[in-house]
Design a protein around this ligand. Sequence first.
Ligand SMILES: C[S@@+](CC[C@H](N)C(=O)[O-])C[C@H]1O[C@@H](n2cnc3c(N)ncnc32)[C@H](O)[C@@H]1O
Length: 284
Amino acid sequence: MNKWINRVFNEDAVDGLARIQNGSIDLILADPPYCLGKDYGNDSDKLDSSAYLQWMESWIDAALPKLKQNGSLFIFLTWRFSPEIFVMLKQRMTMMNEIIWDRRVPSMGGSTRSFTSVHDTIGFFVNGKGYYFDLDSVRIPYDAETKKARSRSIFVGAKWLEIGYNPKDLWSVSRLHKIHPERADHPTQKPLEIIERMVKVGCPPGGIILDPFMGSGTTAVAARRWGRNFVGFELNAEYCDIIASRLASHEAHLATQNNQPSEPIRAKSNENTKENKRRQKEAA
Ligand SMILES: C[S@@+](CC[C@H](N)C(=O)[O-])C[C@H]1O[C@@H](n2cnc3c(N)ncnc32)[C@H](O)[C@@H]1O
């Protein structure tokens, strides 16, 4: 077994990637700084735009050789830089999707000289035609209303009605608020619901996921929950402590083997929660 499997190194990703064997990784799940000046306890998000794009290219070139031939990449970006980075990646891989993550930001305030941005851009890229993609593991069950509307005899036993539908490229999942039990002390922690979808669709059970920018360790938790291996890097030692405690907690226990996250990981984002009502009132 590789010494680096199921470990998160408190180290710069570009340095650490050197110890990972080429062609050993099933899925790269990358959520790098967005060049928006966030405080990660280091200067990693404080580059000017041209230095940022150069840095992005340097870690991408260090990471991509680690992928297997049937491997793939999910990358989180902001619309400000996704055009340049998509062009960069399209010279190296095949682009399959641009996914829009609608963070379900409640209506309030926002920009007055442009439209308010409420989404992150996610790129899905693959190495080649035979890439791993387990659609059945991420299908979304039809709701009771749709099932009822399709209850005529011609639909009885229809497989598609039972197995659910293919997620679209618009993912509406609330960003994490303090009320969400899964929320850790990290400014840009991603919801498990999103990361788990990527893990299940893009990495076979027992495969290895590389996350060069682990943050609070969402990828490691999702990998552990769904029987995948992980390896990753994180510059901030305090975030590494958060990762260790998330991995040791109930949150990282094996999920039930159905298509949905086991309950309760976090409160469902429900527009009618007390907290949301209070926020909307405040903003009005
Ligand atoms: C957007 S956050 C990742 C959030 C993560 N996906 C989560 O759900 O918690 C980016 C992280 O990358 C880390 N980082 C920035 N530059 C890095 C580098 N060169 N090597 C390793 N980690 C880095 C930052 O400290 C920050 O925690």
